[in-house]
Ligand binder design. Structure first.
Ligand SMILES: [Zn+2]
Length: 328
């Protein structure tokens, strides 16, 4: 609570200073391919393709491992596959000296450095447009120093606004500042599996990671298959996918196995910059509440897939009974 209060006062102070900027011209230090024509054709390869998008790098991983070890493990796992990921940075988690070290390692490895807001606010009824806009702008400063900063914004919790007015106003702001949405197509609850693993270690320090790894892999492959099929049914083609994962202890320990498991299941890892060129990422579903996986929202918009759509698309409530049953 203390942290929350502190942050809200920081944001209020920032909002007074930054409100005037909300409608100022886009900063020219951010870039993204703006051409209307994709530079590369849609995925016509036989194998489904996906890129890794990793959210919320943090200096605070609890007692399981230090951020330095998590960072080097995750970066190494990705470099083995010779692809570039997209890192979605939430400023409050890295806004101290060590945070710059963490982010610099990603930047030097060539990964996209993207905006995930400063305070991770849920853009729902409790967050007015102005607060959300200020928080987004505040985070531009966090990624500004990096060579590979990229004008992609990912909404916290994938929530894009609870009213048409708020949804459209923020989309307009993104456009004015040269941003596109860093959409997730394959949504998942990896954060919850890691949280359960950390909770278990708190009670049983020698608990093995293997069953959590296996659950995580099965969960991610299941979600990938679900969203791939949904995309095929909604769009009639294989798109380039973006899978949502997080900077957390479990992923730091088992990411090599996760990446290998996708390949064994037939997937091909590609660069995030290539994935985000797929034309699907230009779509702007007119759903309310807005958000979720881009594929979820596009399916929802058609009104033809109600039997396959739950709300929210992914959450801990769906995984809890399964993990409980397995004693995880
Ligand atoms: Zn996040």
């Amino acid at each position: 609570m203390k942290r929350r209060k502190f942050l809200s006062s920081v944001v209020k102070t920032a909002s007074n200073a930054a409100c005037a900027q909300v409608f100022s011209p886009a900063l020219n230090f951010l870039f993204l391919p703006q051409s209307s024509a994709p530079k590369t054709p849609p995925n016509t390869s036989a194998r489904p393709q996906l890129s890794l998008t990793l959210d919320d790098p943090t200096l605070s991983l609890g007692s399981v491992l230090k951020w330095q070890e998590a960072n080097s493990r995750i970066l190494k796992a990705i470099s083995v596959k010779d692809v570039r990921a997209a890192l979605f940075v939430c400023g409050m988690r890295v806004d101290e000296e060590d945070g710059a070290k963490l982010l610099t390692a990603w930047d030097r490895a060539g990964h996209l450095m993207c905006n995930h807001s400063y305070s991770h606010k849920l853009y729902g009824e409790r967050t007015p447009y102005a607060d959300f806009a200020v928080d987004f702008l505040k985070n531009e400063k966090v990624i500004a120093p990096y060579h590979n900063r990229t004008a992609l914004f990912r909404y916290p919790f994938l929530k894009e606004g609870d009213t048409a007015d708020k949804r459209d106003r923020f989309r307009t702001l993104l456009k004015e500042r040269g941003y596109r949405v860093g959409h997730v197509t394959i949504d998942a609850s990896d954060w919850y599996v890691s949280q359960r693993f950390v909770d278990r270690l708190g009670k049983q320090p020698n608990a093995p990671v293997t069953p959590y790894r296996d659950f995580l892999i099965a969960h991610l492959l299941d979600r990938a298959a679900f969203y791939r099929q949904l995309a095929l049914d909604v769009l009639g083609r294989d798109i380039r996918h973006t899978v949502l994962m997080h900077f957390n202890p479990l992923n730091a320990l088992v990411l090599p196995d996760v990446l290998n498991a996708f390949e064994s299941a037939g997937w091909q890892w590609i660069d995030a910059s290539v994935a985000f060129e797929d034309p699907v990422f230009r779509s702007q579903p007119q759903t309310l509440p807005a958000g979720e996986s881009l594929i979820w929202a596009l399916a929802k918009e058609t009104g033809r897939f109600e039997d396959r759509l739950r709300y929210p698309g992914e959450d801990d409530i769906y995984e809890k009974p399964k993990m409980d049953a397995l004693g995880l």
